[in-house]
Design a protein around this ligand. Structure first.
Ligand code: NCD
Length: 359
């Protein structure tokens, strides 16, 4: 990296994504269609392989003696646990830092110094941080530090950094698992191309819907419908990105208005932990944005209902246990673990071994 940290951070996300390439996972903009399809195939293959003892054995040997650090200083259940599980399935050893109060950051250590310390010991850092630039700063540090990892083919690389959520802006691995879930759910109707997605809730501060919107440029004939009260509507930067890539979008004022035409409904939670940064006090989105059994009744027979979780009251609780294959958010959670196996296997270039063994 020839740039200073401020110079690197000042680049546009697109320029940063181009510099990251396949060495880290920080932005949804890093992924093209071929990569998305390959990751989904790899997640399927890992899933198949894991059903058999020899497959589990092989997978567990791929990243043996590699150490992962899960550095999560914002709350997390699914992302943290699914990365831990994915790392365990690949044979990695694992450490975590979840509380800055008991790390040297509480002594005033700079994030880039902490990261430089981490990468002296570990071969992978998965991080969730409230500062939207933290993962990019960690990546910059990894490219500048002496420590390198050596891949099985002998190539030396900076210690890979994977974002498990960057402030309100990006959650690329969630978007990848959402694509995997959409692809699996919509396979009987020809996959994701040509489909309409209804995104509901806090679209202004929901990093999952932002990253997912970026990935839509890889599909043809997509229409996005954003249903939210105006104060939680999708921000202009994403709308401009969609316009620049010729992706259709419109705003809706309720779920009812668009539920019958949607091929997927993606619910989200109000992100009120960011209330002090921007926006109003704790306020629900309102009843027009709560998914009910009546909505489920009006949804296409081939559509799916997703949620990145955690959820509160934005989906009627009875829907959790209905026997309806369209309700996929609990399966989406499990898909996330397989997608994270695929992401890590790709980062360390051992994906081919999973693909070869799975056939
Ligand atoms: C999301 C997140 O952290 O952005 N959770 C997750 O990773 N599945 C969504 C949320 O917190 O609302």
């Amino acid at each position: 990296m020839d740039l200073s940290l401020p110079e690197f951070l000042a680049l546009s996300d697109r320029e940063k994504a181009a510099r990251v390439g396949d060495r880290a996972v920080l932005y949804a903009q890093q992924f093209d269609r071929a990569q998305l399809d390959a990751l989904c195939r790899l997640a399927d293959a890992a899933r198949d392989l894991h059903r058999h003892p020899e497959g589990r054995e092989l997978m567990g040997s791929l990243l043996k003696y590699r150490m992962a650090l899960n550095f999560f200083v914002q709350p997390s259940s699914r992302t943290f646990m699914s990365f831990n599980t994915a790392q365990a399935y690949l044979g990695m050893s694992r450490m975590s830092v979840r509380d800055v109060k008991i790390s040297s950051m509480s002594k005033g250590e700079l994030l880039v110094d902490s990261v430089r310390t981490f990468i002296s010991y570990v071969d992978l850092v998965v991080m969730r941080h409230g500062d939207e630039n933290a993962a990019a700063a960690a990546f910059w540090t990894a490219t500048r530090a002496h420590r390198r990892i050596t891949l099985d083919d002998g190539e030396e690389r900076p210690v890979p950094i994977v974002s498990g959520g960057s402030g309100t802006k990006q959650h690329p691995t969630q978007a990848l698992l959402d694509i995997y879930t959409l692809q699996r759910s919509l396979e009987p109707v020809g996959g994701l191309d040509g489909k309409t997605l209804l995104l509901v809730g806090d679209l202004a501060r929901g990093r999952t819907v932002r990253s997912l919107s970026y990935l839509m440029r890889n599909y043809t004939g997509i229409e996005l419908v954003f249903a939210a009260p105006e104060r939680y509507q999708m921000l202009p930067d994403i709308l401009a990105f969609l316009d620049a890539h010729g992706i259709e979008w419109r705003k809706a004022h309720s779920i009812s208005e668009a539920v019958a035409e949607a091929d997927a409904v993606y619910m989200t939670r109000i992100q009120d932990e960011y209330d002090d940064l921007r926006g109003p006090g704790h306020e629900a989105a309102g009843h027009d944005f709560v998914f009910t059994r009546e909505h489920l009744g009006r949804m296409k027979p081939t559509a799916c209902l997703m949620h990145p979780l955690p959820k509160r009251d934005e989906i009627e609780p009875e829907i959790d246990y209905v026997d309806d294959p369209r309700v996929v958010y609990w399966r989406q959670e499990r898909n996330g673990m397989w997608m994270r196996v695929a992401i890590l296997a790709r980062l360390f270039r051992v994906g081919d071994r999973i693909l070869r063994a799975a056939v």
